[in-house]
Design a protein around this ligand. Structure first.
Ligand code: TUI
Length: 314
């Protein structure tokens, strides 16, 4: 099986991260991925430090392998969670939706590997200068909070801008995507949407069903007007939100519309008021299966392609 520099750096078997999806990626999902040889990542999202501590302990009770925590930097609890990861000495911290500069020194001194998500070359250069261990370059095909550039365009530019290992994210859900990411210069991948179909992923059955039934044009981006564009499934709620964005509705009312919408999707499967975050690649997610099988399967698919068995190469 192919290995990369990332496997050695983190002591993992496969260069596959499970994305830190708010409300979704808990200690059990993360532990299942880590037990499967990838890197499982607990999402802090907007949750408290106490919640994150509990999830880390749950994960540690299920696996001895390294686990990560993702800190969503727009969260009011980001400082608190930053402290919790220090105390709990998790192996890896990833960050998203902002600039983690002020935390990096403390995390590195505690022996934690720091792997920020970057969506621009400027941020990649800054994180490299501050001593980050690796970078996740996430293209706008991803679910949730999205940057401007696509994965295809972003990865080569980030690879040119840094000497650090680059993990590609956004639009990757199978071995073809993994192989493509490696061809663009990445040495690992992060997948979120693909793990929504994991058996250990406890989203509401309605959410899972929507992912398994998704087709090519099933996602859309909303939230640009307030400066936080988010990709989700094109549901009745997403369409109505988009309409409200263009209707001149005041900012506060628009914010109110979105409040709690992700929890309603994840926990209640609420079709009317839920926001079902998903990447464009939802359309290639076809079946429910154990997380460990997902990790192994994508790497088994990628290997022959990367070893030169592309059907297009004569
Ligand atoms: O963070 C994500 N995905 C997310 S966060 C989230 S929760 C949320 N809810 C409502 C509004 C916003 C977020 C749902 N999905 N992915 C990682 C990611 N980070 N993508 C893009 C970025 C990013 C963007 C800007 C990273 C750094 C950055 O820097 C901006 C700066 O400070 O210069």
């Amino acid at each position: 099986m192919i290995k990369s520099a990332l496997c050695e750096m983190l002591g993992i078997q496969y260069p596959v991260f499970q994305g830190g999806m708010a409300w979704i990626a808990d200690g059990r999902l993360a532990a299942a991925v880590s037990n499967g040889g990838g890197l499982g990542i607990i999402a802090a999202g907007n949750a408290s430090g106490e919640y994150v501590k509990e999830q880390i302990r749950i994960a540690k009770s299920i696996t001895e392998k390294p686990i990560g925590v993702n800190i969503m930097l727009l969260s009011p609890h980001a400082d608190e969670v930053a402290q919790v990861v220090l105390e709990e000495k998790v192996a890896v911290v990833t960050t998203g939706a902002g600039n983690p500069s002020k935390y990096i020194k403390d995390w590195l001194e505690a022996g934690i590997k720091v792997i920020p998500v970057v969506a621009s070359v400027a941020m990649a250069k800054l994180m490299t200068r501050l001593g980050a261990s690796a970078l996740i370059a996430e293209g706008g095909e991803s679910g949730g909070h999205v940057g401007e550039l696509t994965t295809m365009v972003l990865i080569p530019q980030i690879c040119d801008a840094t000497t650090l290992p680059v993990i590609a994210a956004g639009g990757i859900a199978d071995g073809r995507g993994v192989a493509a990411a490696f061809m663009l210069g990445a040495c690992g991948v992060q997948m979120g949407t693909r793990f929504l179909s994991a058996e250990e992923c406890t989203i509401h059955p309605v959410y899972k069903e929507k992912i398994l039934k998704a087709t090519d044009l099933c996602t859309m981006v909303t939230g640009k007007r307030l400066g936080h564009p988010v990709r989700s499934l094109r549901t009745q709620f997403a369409r109505e939100y988009a309409k409200a964005e263009f209707s001149g509705m005041p900012d506060e009312a628009l914010e109110g519309l979105a409040t709690g919408a992700l929890r309603l999707a994840v926990q209640e499967g609420d079709n009317e008021k839920g926001c079902f975050l998903a990447g464009q690649v939802a359309a290639v997610v076809k079946k429910e299966q154990p997380a460990a099988e997902i990790v192994r399967e994508v790497m088994e698919q990628a290997e022959p392609i990367l070893l030169g068995a592309s059907k297009w190469v004569k």
